[in-house]
Design a protein around this ligand. Structure first.
Ligand SMILES: Cc1ncc(COP(=O)(O)O)c(C=O)c1O
Length: 423
């Protein structure tokens, strides 16, 4: 029996309405930019498996490091113990993180990285005896599926059933050069009480909202204003981190740096689950106390798993290599000229791009069906052409692995061009 059939017996998939979408495609192999299904079809992974496998699937360098670690130490309690992969990874991360970052806290997925970031921010103030317990976040943000992360996310299909159980959060518009004055005035009103603990934000790109992009200069103004009012900055770089926006981190585009940064996804190159929440020395110091209760009592069993850390060390080394930096530039340049070319089509709008992330929206007369047939037809169209993309409603976006060659990128562009004719 095919995997697709066996899967149906016991498995409940994420983000899936099983009544209308009962089957899931069986994938048997990933290599470089390709995924192979169980009946012999090959697909370009156009979204790097949710922005993780940016160095290509089964990257030989990462695999070699992982294999080496497998024979040494596979798992260890990370409270009271440490190990070389975690120590080396912390040193490597300090080479590339914004310079104000001083400490790293491990967990194992993007949602927990954000959860830890929120807890760090709130407890930082309570440890100091300062009443700051409100959070602000961007409209339409997405920060994950645990309760804290759901609370700071904009209301959507992801968190709506739980809306009565979430922490109350004030929302602001993501800042652009057009709305910046309005956004700054709004923030001033919100921070007047002196009770706002932190701003939680996806810097420059709101991924799940449909790869919506805002302006670095405007965001810098927002961050500056928050700093002036002692509002901590929690940057969720789970998606944007590790080269996606053309720099190591999206926060590198702004002068004002975050107090706390949440990382996962490409951190370990799509090989093993791992997450980091980094912070400044000032945040860390607020937890140093003779009273144990002032410490950060948050842990996950697999925190800083040694094999995952080893995959992450190899991934950071790859990110620093000339070959990968060239790959990021190649995607940037080719995506930009492709978007320039298709921009005049009357079927699409809002072409946008930063680093390796590219997107546009199909114009629709009736927006009510974007998450129904329209999206599913496009998804099927791309899959039949051998390209794995996951349209977000009428938004088409692609985040190709950094190892994509010019020919492969042009092939992807060609299929996307055909999709515009198809619609
Ligand atoms: C910006 C951002 N934050 C957090 C998350 C949650 O990460 P995870 O799915 O690993 O929990 C995601 C996932 O897509 C994300 O894009």
């Amino acid at each position: 029996m095919k995997l697709e059939e066996r899967d149906k017996q016991y498995i409940w998939h994420p983000l899936n309405q099983h009544k209308t979408h009962p089957t899931s495609k069986g994938i048997v192999k990933g290599e470089g930019i390709y995924l192979y299904d169980e009946v012999g079809n090959k697909y370009i992974d156009g979204i790097s498996s949710w922005y993780t496998a940016v160095y290509g699937h089964c990257n030989p360098y990462i695999l070699q490091e992982v294999k080496d670690q497998l024979g040494k130490l596979n798992q260890i309690v990370f409270s009271g113990f440490t190990h070389e992969p975690a120590v080396v990874l912390s040193e490597k991360l300090m080479e590339i993180l914004p310079q104000n970052q001083a400490k790293v806290f491990f967990s194992d997925n993007g949602s927990t990285a954000v959860e830890v970031g929120i807890k760090m921010a709130l407890q930082h103030w309570s440890n100091k005896g300062i009443k700051k317990n409100k959070l602000i976040a961007f409209n339409e943000g997405f920060h994950g599926d645990t309760f804290g992360a759901m609370s700071v996310s904009g209301q959507s299909i992801y968190n709506k059933p739980f809306k009565n159980y979430l922490v109350k959060v004030e929302r602001i518009l993501p800042p652009t050069n057009q709305n910046i004055n309005y956004v700054l005035e709004h923030i001033i009103k919100l921070v007047k009480s002196g009770e706002v603990a932190a701003l939680v934000y996806e810097p420059l790109v709101q991924g799940a909202a449909g790869m919506k992009m805002h302006d670095a200069e405007a965001l810098n103004n927002v961050l500056q204003l928050c700093k002036e009012h002692e509002v901590l900055l929690v940057a969720d770089e789970v998606m944007t981190g590790f080269g996606k926006t053309g720099t190591n981190f999206a926060s590198d585009h702004m002068e004002i740096k975050p107090d706390i940064i949440c990382l996962s996804k490409a951190l370990s190159g799509g090989v093993l689950p791992l997450a980091i929440t980094s912070c400044t020395q000032e945040i860390y110091n607020a937890f140093l106390n003779d009273d144990p209760a002032k410490g950060l009592f948050h842990a996950h069993t697999y925190s800083a798993n040694p094999i995952a850390c080893r995959a992450a060390i190899a991934s950071v080394e790859l990110l620093q290599s000339q070959e990968i930096q060239d790959g990021i530039k190649r995607l940037n340049v080719l995506n930009r000229s492709f978007l320039e070319e298709i921009r005049s089509s009357n079927k699409i709008e809002n072409t946008r791009q930063i680093g390796v992330i590219a997107a546009f929206d199909f114009k629709l007369e009736n927006n009510s069906d974007t998450y129904g047939k329209f999206r599913d037809n496009l998804y099927d169209f791309f899959m039949k052409k051998g390209l794995c993309l996951r349209p977000l409603g009428n938004t088409i976006y692609w985040v190709l692995p950094y190892v994509s060659s010019e020919e492969q990128i042009k092939k992807v562009h060609n299929i996307i061009r055909q999709s515009i004719d198809f619609v």
